[in-house]
Design a binder for this molecule. Structure first.
Ligand SMILES: [Mg+2]
Length: 371
């Protein structure tokens, strides 16, 4: 992207490794190459979930965050591989060394994904597309892995672009193409729009960016709260968020707003188990354990409370997260309440268990798994 017209325009690259954990396993174990494999929990145990599926497994419909049992039903010859986080962290560290040849403005989102601001690059290459090509080539030559890159003038568009031609893609969406691109984009592709919000939008007759654009900022805010203002800007291609190289994780969690209020304890427990599983997978992914488990409850009248329990030793296993969340819930007398949102967060990681600041994100969306 050349800056002929606007010298303040930024050059942002989003790099996303292709099926990262599975690709590292296929690289290190030739017997897995060309095979349908998943990295993740065993289908025999309780709570096993797919962290990453190889592209061969995706052909059978196997996806990240899917229970391993279900994955095995879809693909009976699927090979389950236990994660080797040390190998993924090592690859991730090397990838970041490659990024650092071009810029210090690197914002990792996870082990396998990062934003780079190359508005001014260390080697005076000046073209973000050229830098993205060089980075992809170096990752291929030095690590025998593939990455997909999205190049644009802001984070939002760069991230969507990196996902368009996976695997091994490079997609550039220039300033003059952004508005048209955003107009045709289905609402569920807007990251930050979860399934519940996407369904709500569709009920309102909003299917694409173009539909969203018909609404005023005030209308969007009244329907979608604070995020409405973000949608208003983003659909016009406006995203001023900076690439932040020094974010640190203080907590890690997940929450869900339900399409209807929960009134049965059994339903609440089932939802807590689902949320706990997502939190558990994220803890695994970042190799974290926390000393504090926090339960968040929002009632039908929007009143919100949090309850937490701290442990002498860091915890990170699924059973403990579920049982603690259920105990915290029981102490709020949920039997006569109407609950619209539940969330579980782990925090208080302690210095020893926190990987270096480059290794995990401050914010994770509900399904923040490998693509
Ligand atoms: Mg990825």
């Amino acid at each position: 992207m050349e800056n002929k017209h606007n010298s303040t325009q930024r050059k942002i690259i989003h790099i996303d490794m292709d099926a990262f954990y599975a690709s590292v396993e296929q690289r290190d174990h030739p017997e897995y190459r060309g095979k349908a494999i998943v990295v993740g929990g065993s289908p025999e145990g309780r709570g096993g979930v797919v962290a990453t599926a190889s592209y061969e497994a995706r052909k059978f419909g196997v996806r990240s965050a899917m229970p391993s049992k279900r994955a095995l039903q879809l693909c009976p010859h699927l090979i389950f591989v236990r994660p080797r986080f040390d190998a993924y962290k090592e690859a991730s560290r090397k990838i970041r060394e490659i990024f650092a040849r071009y810029t210090d403005l690197i914002e990792p989102l996870s082990l396998d994904e990062a934003y780079l601001d190359v508005t001014t690059d260390k080697q005076q290459i000046r073209s973000a597309i050229e830098i993205a090509k060089l980075i992809k080539q170096a990752i291929r030559d030095e690590l025998q892995l593939t990455a997909s890159a999205g190049v644009s003038v802001n984070k939002f568009v760069a991230k969507i672009a990196s996902d368009l031609n996976k695997p091994d893609g490079l997609t550039f969406i220039g300033p003059s193409a952004i508005e048209a691109f955003m107009e045709q984009l289905p609402v569920e592709k807007f990251h930050g729009v979860g399934k519940v919000t996407a369904d709500k939008m569709k009920r309102m007759g909003l299917f694409t960016g173009k539909d969203l654009k018909q609404l005023s900022e005030q209308e969007l805010k009244s329907h979608f709260g604070k995020t409405g203002a973000f949608y208003y800007r983003i659909v016009r291609g406006i995203d001023d968020r900076e690439v932040q190289p020094h974010r640190e994780t203080k907590s890690l969690g997940a929450e869900d707003t339900f399409p209807y209020d929960l009134t049965e304890t059994g339903e609440m427990h089932a939802e807590l188990e689902k949320i706990a599983r997502i939190v558990y997978e994220r803890l695994q992914r970042y190799q974290l354990k926390g000393r504090t488990v926090t339960l968040k409850i929002k009632y039908s009248d929007f009143r919100q409370i949090t309850r937490n329990q701290s442990f002498a030793q860091p915890v990170g296993d699924l059973e403990t997260i579920i049982s603690t969340a259920k105990q915290l819930l029981a102490a709020t007398w949920p039997e006569d309440k109407r609950i619209r949102l539940l969330g579980i967060t782990l925090s208080n990681f302690g210095e020893l268990s926190v990987p270096d600041k480059y290794q995990h994100p401050a914010q994770l969306s509900l399904f923040d798994f490998d693509e």
